[in-house]
Design a protein around this ligand. Structure first.
Ligand SMILES: [Zn+2]
Length: 235
């Protein structure tokens, strides 16, 4: 007998037949819809496990630069590897849902670790408004959203504003980058910050200069506790 449940099942099967979800890394069919990766590739994700580790490499790389409570990154970034592919899809192929998936995953880690204690506010690193307009979205927003949801924290999507477009600075060394990026982030509402534990989030942490500039801008206007989280890092 065909009832509405059968019809729903048939339409899902038909949908899968015409629009199968393939693994973003190897192209094989995904066993679980919405996971973006097949079981094999999921098991090969280069996880850092920093969420469970005090004084991990990422935290140590910020020593003397930002007074941090804790820092974590879900994955190691490897050139031409799976993580680069995922982040590229997220940034340039209009797949913000990858950010949601990674945010849920990292929120679970952070909750389990208990190292971060209570997070009050999740704040994503902003893009310059011109860049965001061109891309249509900030690739970190959905990641920040699912982290806030998973950690039962508020989301401060527009709490920081980027006020100058930094042209390609890749040729400059870390010291120069820090100097040029300083004062580029403006806090739009400092009343939300006082005494809060802020989780500052970004897609990839490389030199840490962006995180440092954002953290400096936030702590310049209020007495806060800062932790960091990213999808990937190069440490
Ligand atoms: Zn795969």
């Amino acid at each position: 007998m065909i009832n509405k449940f059968n019809i729903a099942k048939i339409s899902t099967d038909l949908f899968d037949l015409f629009f199968p979800e393939t693994c973003l890394n190897c192209g094989n069919l995904q066993e679980i819809r919405g996971k973006y990766l097949c079981f094999f590739c999921l098991s090969e994700v280069p996880l850092t496990n920093f969420s469970f580790q005090w004084e991990n490499e990422l935290e140590n790389s910020f020593k003397g630069r930002i007074p941090l409570h804790a820092a974590t990154s879900l994955m190691y970034f490897e050139k031409n590897g799976m993580v680069q592919k995922l982040i590229h899809e997220l940034k340039y192929n209009n797949k913000p849902e990858i950010g949601t998936f990674l945010g849920k995953w990292l929120a679970e880690e952070i909750r389990l670790s208990k190292r971060f204690e209570m997070i009050d506010l999740v704040v994503p690193v902003p893009l310059h408004p011109d860049k965001q307009k061109k891309r249509g979205y900030n690739q970190v927003h959905d990641f920040a959203h699912s982290l806030a949801e998973g950690l039962n924290a508020r989301l401060g999507l527009h709490l920081l504003r980027k006020i100058r477009n930094n042209q390609s600075q890749t040729s400059k060394n870390r010291q120069q980058r820090v100097v040029t990026e300083e004062d580029q982030y403006l806090v739009t509402d400092k009343t939300l910050l006082k005494g809060k534990h802020i989780l500052l989030v970004d897609d990839t942490i490389t030199t840490g200069a962006t995180m440092q500039a954002c953290a400096d801008s936030l702590s310049a206007v209020a007495d806060i506790k800062i932790s960091l989280a990213s999808m990937a890092c190069t440490v």
